[in-house]
Design a binder for this molecule. Structure first.
Ligand SMILES: O=C(O)C(=O)C[C@]1(C(=O)O)C=C[C@@H](O)C=C1
Length: 374
């Protein structure tokens, strides 16, 4: 009896707290609406002063501010919920507040159900409208043309290295990197419901997924044909519609195409993460915890790479990634993708880039963006 009364009391307390949280959420949403009014008024004033194009649009989305808000939430969190869990709740709250201002259109490497879609939702929350694109080039094109505000594309996988297509697309693109997303990738072997596993004759997946699960597939499905397809989502679509086909794909694909798993977590490395980048048309101001990516190419002479990296060493700036691609224009010339801590507006970073400019054939800053918080 006492237990029953305790339960009712605690539930009454929860109801009261929920009421308070709800009122506060809406109070927060009204503040976001007010921010939107201020941004619009600022843009109109700038238009009247002739400082911006009359076609210029308000950018309601502020990646640097979102990163600061989420970072602060994680830092001040006292539990029992962990910081990342609370930050996810606030991620969705900010996404809903932004959608009140104006929902973002986000192009991603589709079809529905790809890890890139999961990354887009992780970064922008469910208030964003995610628009699938058939190729990485199409994601770049949708953002360049203004059809979508941002795009999300894969850039690097911890098992397989760089996604070369994304890097190549940047070489001729006017877009900037506006953010990064890291996603822990779990692959499952998926089939349509009621499939008899003895009848599986083909396993479809994106080539990276096949590579990431190679040992497991060799061990468990040695004689079965493997087919690489354009995406994990496409593999899942095929598994849902073609008898005898199984897919290697993740939870998102399983959900979208209503597949069931024959085996879960079949990736060879249990620390299999993919990094995605967010691309946009505008540069992102400093958040205080930023990264910068550049493309740089130097003359092919001895010590060229050392000379490119030395300014970073002298400036005490940590490199987080360096990768090489053959130049598409000059035979035997190489293009380096370098990623480091800091923002293009930081004086020490500017000085390093000035030095690089002097010794390179090509120097292209791709953008500074907040380091992934979630
Ligand atoms: O601070 C702003 O500029 C807002 O628009 C508010 C807010 C938020 O909900 O906190 C919403 C969207 C922006 O991307 C950043 C933050």
């Amino acid at each position: 009896m006492a237990d029953e009364r305790d339960l009712q009391e605690v539930r009454a307390a929860i109801d009261a707290i929920d009421g308070d949280i709800q009122a506060l959420i809406n109070q927060r949403a009204r503040c976001a609406q007010r921010v939107a009014e201020i941004k619009l008024a600022e843009l109109q004033a700038a238009r009247e002063r002739g400082e911006v194009d009359t076609a210029a649009e308000v950018s309601y989305y502020r990646p640097e501010r979102e990163a600061q808000v989420l970072q602060r939430i994680i830092e001040r969190n006292e539990g029992p919920l962990d910081g990342a869990t609370v930050a996810y709740i606030f991620r969705e709250l900010m996404s809903a507040c932004l959608a009140l201002e104006k929902p973002l259109q986000v192009a991603f490497l589709g079809p529905e159900g790809t890890f890139t879609q999961a990354a887009a939702l992780k970064h922008f929350g469910h208030g964003a409208v995610c628009v699938p694109q058939p190729t990485i080039e199409a994601v770049f094109a949708e953002v360049t043309s203004g059809n979508c505000n941002y795009g999300v594309v894969p850039v690097e996988n911890s098992t397989e290295g760089m996604v070369s297509h994304t890097l190549d697309s940047f070489i001729d693109s006017p877009l900037h990197i506006a953010g990064e997303v890291e996603l822990r990738i779990a692959h499952h072997l998926l089939v349509a419901p009621h499939t008899d596993v003895a009848h599986i004759t083909r396993i479809c997946a994106h080539q990276q997924a096949l590579a990431q699960c190679r040992n497991w597939l060799d061990r468990h499905w040695p004689g079965v044909e493997r087919q690489s397809v354009s995406s994990n989502g496409e593999a899942a679509r095929l598994a849902a519609s073609t008898p005898g086909v199984a897919a290697v794909a993740g939870d998102m694909a399983a959900e979208v195409y209503r597949l069931v798993s024959v085996a879960e977590h079949i990736e060879d490395s249990d620390d299999n993460t993919t990094r995605f980048i967010v691309i946009g048309r505008t540069e992102v101001p400093p958040s205080g915890r930023d990264k910068t990516s550049i493309i740089v190419s130097s003359r092919n002479k001895p010590g060229a790479l050392f000379a490119l990296l030395d300014p970073f060493r002298r400036g005490g700036v940590s490199l987080t990634r360096i990768d090489t691609r053959p130049s598409r224009t000059e035979k035997w010339a190489y293009v380096f993708f370098i990623e480091f801590e800091g923002h293009l507006q930081d004086p020490n970073i500017r000085q390093i880039l000035d030095e690089l400019e002097e010794q390179s054939i090509l120097l292209k800053p791709l953008g500074s963006y907040p380091r992934a918080v979630l």
